[in-house]
Design a protein around this ligand. Structure first.
Ligand SMILES: CC(C)c1ccc(C(=O)O)c(O)c1O
Ligand SMILES: [Fe+2]
Length: 301
């Protein structure tokens, strides 16, 4: 089977499962700084951009990751990728018209990534919201990246590289692989961490101001929200990071700054040794609750 030459615009959105919808909705609005846009049944939509949504929270018994949405460059890319998966014998499901309307997308399809079981959705257009996004206490620039833990990092990397045309930006030996959804220039929109089993590792929001990191530190402390890593500095993307827990214990990250790659003649991936300073240039260590909660939902089709 040929490699895929799929092309993406961006990490589109994440659907997260939370155990107490209203408690989490308040947290993502008041503490994280997302704008709540609408509620439909057991789902609440949020945005940190001018698009219809960046995050959807779903009420579910087990907190974690329901789905990853990838926005592709064009509808033809979506069709070609679907055919590529069919060629591999991987089942796909079309997004129903009703769901496409709810999600404000132009249809598309879903498939389950075989090495982690995560459900992914591919589409090429999401409607813009009726009003521009006005950031609140935190100048969130975008939904930045999602990292999954995998029991077989090498196989997960291989799947995303060969079948989805993601490019490796950097690796920490036996620890993390950072990948960009080509030709999106961000150092990574996706990452794979080493784990005992597949799970959600963390969700990242990029902020536009170093002060957002400092203020988050003060805000989390005053609301007694667990800070699980940072402030620190990642040597890979060169971002200043700050990780904290949502009410279910899911790990969220704010980061400031990120290397960008050209489409052509990009530098080769680097290999960092497994040591503290390869993850935090300032030498900090994560708390035990860092990236511990986050089941990958396997029930939905
Ligand atoms: C998975 C970890 C802790 C990690 C490492 C490096 C970066 C980066 O370079 O931006 C991250 O965002 C991470 O989450
Ligand atoms: Fe991250």
């Amino acid at each position: 089977m040929d490699r895929s030459n799929a092309r993406y615009q961006r990490l589109g959105y994440l659907a997260l499962n939370v155990s107490d919808l209203e408690r989490s909705a308040r947290f993502y609005e008041d503490i994280v700084g997302l704008q709540r846009s609408e509620t439909r049944g057991n789902s609440v939509f949020f945005r940190c951009s001018d698009r219809h949504h960046d995050i959807v929270l779903h009420k579910a018994p087990t907190p974690g990751l329901k789905r990853i949405g990838w926005q592709m460059e064009a509808a033809t890319q979506v069709q070609t990728l679907e055919q590529h998966f069919h060629g591999l014998g991987i089942p796909t499901q079309r997004v129903s018209n009703r769901e496409a309307v709810d999600l404000a997308i132009d249809g598309g399809f879903r498939m389950r990534e075989p090495t982690t079981g995560v459900l992914m959705e591919f589409y090429s257009h999401m409607d813009t919201a009726s009003e521009v996004f006005h950031p609140g206490h935190t100048k969130i620039e975008r939904l930045g990246h999602v990292v999954l833990a995998s029991a077989d990092m090498a196989e997960t990397e291989k799947f995303f590289a060969e079948n989805m045309n993601f490019k490796v930006s950097d690796r920490i030996e036996n620890g993390v692989v950072h990948m960009r959804c080509f030709p999106n220039p961000l150092h990574h929109s996706f990452g794979i961490g080493a784990g005992q089993a597949a799970q959600l590792h963390h969700v990242n929001f990029m902020v536009t101001d170093m002060d957002d990191i400092g203020r988050a530190n003060t805000r989390m402390k005053s609301h007694k929200i667990p800070i699980v890593y940072g402030p620190g500095k990642h040597p890979q993307s060169e971002s200043v990071f700050f990780y904290f827990l949502d009410p279910d214990g899911l790990t969220l990250e704010y980061s400031y700054g990120m290397e960008e790659f050209p489409e052509q003649d990009a530098r080769a991936p680097r290999l960092f040794p497994m040591k503290v300073e390869s993850v935090d240039h300032w030498g900090g260590l994560p708390e035990p609750d860092f990236a511990k909660v986050g089941a990958i939902e396997t029930a939905e089709t």
